[in-house]
Design a protein around this ligand. Structure first.
Ligand SMILES: [Zn+2]
Length: 501
């Protein structure tokens, strides 16, 4: 309504102008400007529409021989049958022994570098000393628990049904782990040697932050003075229907990941009897603080990499959304409004806060002296934990609520899409999967690469496994699975990537 009122008021000024001196000129100029803006808007929309029509997106899943395909998938299903839930040392040790037996060439020809903790670090030397920097391929061996979830397939038996491997870790992250090892095993069997040094790093506790695995591995690599031309870790996948558009598959390459921090809010009030309460209790103040944080989300920003992501995703959009994207950055506010219900996408436009754990009184008739809450923040590039702490403190400064930062991992750097690392991965995607668009994006969740930040300027978080939204949605949930065809094509991707180095 306000908008319509403002429009009407502007129109009245405009109409009144005609009678003024120079009014006709001013109005003519205004009209011209409006027409030029509309023309530009339409022209940019049409130009993007034309480009979209010429964008080819086909997902071609290469297939190995039938025997190879069966052998590779059986091996993945065996990997899934180990319940390597983070912290289960016994299962992890059995799994590591199984890896050595199942990929004998990898473990006999590559050097297993000593590393504290349960992580694995292997080195595949290039026979010639060349100019090229080394490459690091990563995955993790641990999985999240499956208890308390409604599985229709057993989570740790590695069941293969309808050419799909079911079980915890099939996609996150044993598909990637076995994919890398299987590719190296095949190449070694063919007598292949890499064109530069290749390191393989497999963490043992990625799901709880990587302190025991990736952190130790990173230290070892730093001690050796290594700097990588590419670090490729798990991340965003190949979507068979990007943004839900059936005939638009795309490889999403995570060029950055958001940081995260946890803040503790503590509200304080006098303890006492609940029969004689003050107007606001500690719980009341805490609730007010949480409501305030929820109703004052941080301003949205469009990072250049997200603009690139949206432009390349345009073929998957409807014409209205596409027109908005074509006219970025001018249409930014409209875009933010239009995507506010898409939680996955809107999380990539700003740092977010979510209250997760609460603690308050211990009895129904006792006023607690303190009430506290944990607020989990996901930090977008450009913000830091310290900045968010300052923001929360200023937002709540008139309440008897203190804010402290419990933990913080600042956001990663953004890998340049024109750089060598991105281009290497893009080249291998195109060689393996045909005319598949590569789209850079930001990972809303974390990976082991947070420990590898200083080791390379070219870090890509990507799993070369083609999955539907339903398959992706089962990660960390019940009935996690991976179609065998996606997996075997993934192995071929790693082979192609290694051959290109
Ligand atoms: Zn993972």
């Amino acid at each position: 309504m306000t908008f319509l009122n403002d429009l009407w008021a502007s129109f009245q000024i405009f109409a009144g102008n005609f009678t003024d001196r120079y009014g006709l000129w001013v109005n003519g100029l205004l009209l011209l400007l409006v027409l030029a803006a509309v023309g530009l808007f339409l022209w940019r929309s049409i130009r993007l529409g034309r480009r979209v029509r010429h964008t080819e997106a086909h997902l071609n899943l290469p297939e190995p021989s039938k025997t190879q395909s069966e052998e590779w998938c059986r091996r993945l299903s065996q990997a899934v049958s180990f319940p390597t839930v983070t912290g289960d040392k016994e299962a992890m040790s059995r799994f590591r022994s199984w890896l050595k037996e199942s990929f004998p060439l990898v473990f006999s020809r590559l050097r297993v570098l000593p590393c504290p903790g349960d992580g694995l670090l292997l080195q595949w030397r290039c026979p010639e000393k060349g100019e090229k920097g080394p490459v690091l391929l990563c995955a993790h061996m641990d999985v999240v628990p499956a208890e308390g979830q409604n599985w229709t397939h057993p989570p740790f038996e590695g069941e293969i049904k309808e050419e799909t491997v079911y079980g915890r870790g099939a996609l996150d992250c044993k598909g990637t782990l076995c994919g890398i090892l299987q590719a190296v095993e095949e190449l070694l069997r063919d007598g292949f040697t890499p064109g530069r040094d290749v390191y393989l790093a497999f963490g043992c506790d990625e799901e709880t932050g990587g302190a025991e695995g990736a952190a130790h591995i990173a230290k070892q690599l730093k001690m050796r003075g290594l700097h990588f031309d590419l670090i490729l870790d798990e991340g965003t996948p190949i979507s068979t229907a990007h943004l839900g558009k059936e005939n638009f598959p795309a490889a999403l390459l995570g060029v950055a990941e958001k940081g995260q921090a946890t803040f503790r809010l503590t509200a304080r009030q006098k303890a006492g009897h609940a029969a004689m309460p003050p107007q606001h209790t500690a719980v009341g103040y805490l609730s007010e603080a949480i409501c305030r944080i929820e109703s004052a989300p941080l301003h949205k920003r469009l990072l250049p990499v997200m603009q690139q992501c949206l432009l390349l995703s345009a073929p998957a959009m409807g014409s209205l959304q596409r027109a908005m994207v074509a006219n970025l950055p001018f249409t930014r506010p409209l875009l933010f409004r239009g995507t506010r219900h898409n939680l996955q996408l809107s999380a990539l436009f700003h740092s977010t806060f979510a209250a997760t754990c609460l603690e308050g009184g211990s009895a129904p008739n006792v006023l607690p002296e303190t009430a506290s809450a944990l607020v989990n923040a996901r930090i977008l590039q450009g913000d830091t934990g310290e900045k968010l702490l300052e923001y929360l403190r200023s937002l709540l400064d008139d309440l008897p609520v203190t804010v402290e930062m419990v933990s913080c991992q600042d956001p990663s750097a953004i890998t340049d899409t024109a750089g060598m690392g991105y281009q290497l991965v893009k080249g291998a995607v195109e060689e393996t999967f045909g005319r598949l668009p590569c789209i850079p994006t930001i990972m809303p969740a974390g990976t082991d690469t947070k420990h590898y930040q200083e080791l390379s300027h070219h870090i890509i978080r990507f799993i070369p496994l083609a999955v539907s939204d339903a398959t992706l949605g089962a990660v960390h949930g019940p009935d996690e699975h991976l179609p065998c065809r996606s997996y075997t094509a993934g192995v071929i991707f790693y082979e192609n990537l290694l051959k290109k180095l």
